[in-house]
Design a protein around this ligand. Structure first.
Ligand code: HEM
Ligand code: HEM
Length: 187
């Protein structure tokens, strides 16, 4: 039976975005234990990676709308395909939610007059209407979107757990070629 795979571009975008998101989470878990200047530069890398994820997520969504994913193997239970579609939908939502809440939070920070310099190369301005708020309202936005960013990260941990658990179940318990669906190779 040939393996029904996602397109090469979908596979590339899936693993690129997954790698960048995981890197960003690892950076966020690390910077508290580092000296101020090192933590500061890691936060800048985090912002650059996050904005890259936002762009790639947009590309991915456009690709997804124009390229149908391969059908699930017939052995999958109905509840499994329904649950995996729900988890995939929320993962798409979080791919946008995490960078957008981070960007808004940062635009409401005290340093919002300084642009984010994408990997030290390209200046990306903060969101004008938020950066220009009165100090009280700005502080409130910073707190609100900081909490939303943190909550989005918690949602990501749960979704990622379900996602990987589902993939491993199909791979090792059902003995399907699950991970191969999201890999390059003969079709
Ligand atoms: C932050 C990390 C990740 C995100 C945001 C993510 C997101 C997604 C999304 C949205 C899909 C559905 C694709 C579509 O229908 O367009 C998908 C599919 C898939 N992902 Fe991930 N993923 C991540 C990490 C992983 C990891 C670590 C694994 C390893 C087990 C994995 C394995 C798969 C597989 C095998 C599929 C294909 C599902 C199928 O249709 O059978 N993903 N992923
Ligand atoms: C892939 C996208 C992103 C992921 C997975 C991510 C993840 C995280 C996580 C897990 C934290 C720690 C939250 C906590 O401890 O409560 C965090 C904090 C933070 N993130 Fe993100 N983030 C992303 C995108 C962004 C973007 C685009 C920006 C800004 C442009 C940003 C700015 C920040 C800032 C400023 C903090 C707080 C730093 C501090 O503690 O002072 N993030 N992020």
């Amino acid at each position: 039976m040939p393996i029904r795979r996602y397109t090469e571009v979908a596979v590339l975008l899936h693993w690129l975005v997954a790698g960048l998101i995981v890197t960003n989470v690892l950076l966020a878990w690390t910077w508290d234990s580092l000296s101020k200047p090192t933590a500061h530069s890691l936060v800048n890398v985090h912002k650059s990676i996050g904005l890259t994820v936002l762009g790639l997520a947009l590309l991915r969504l456009l690709w997804r709308f124009s390229h149908r994913p391969p059908a699930y193997p017939a052995t999958y239970q109905r509840w499994e395909s329904v649950l995996s579609h729900i988890v995939h939908g929320f993962l798409y939502l979080i791919m946008f939610g995490l960078p957008i809440t981070g960007y808004i939070m940062d635009s409401a920070s005290k340093a919002s007059g300084q642009p984010i310099v994408w990997f030290g190369l390209i200046p990306i301005p903060h969101l004008g209407p938020i950066a220009q708020l009165a100090p009280g309202a700005k502080h409130h936005m910073h707190e609100l979107f900081g909490a939303a960013h943190s909550l989005s990260a918690d949602a990501l941990y749960l979704l990622l757990f379900l996602h990987v658990a589902g993939a491993l179940k199909h791979q090792f318990i059902d003995r399907e070629k699950e991970v191969q669906r999201m890999s390059w190779g003969p079709r």
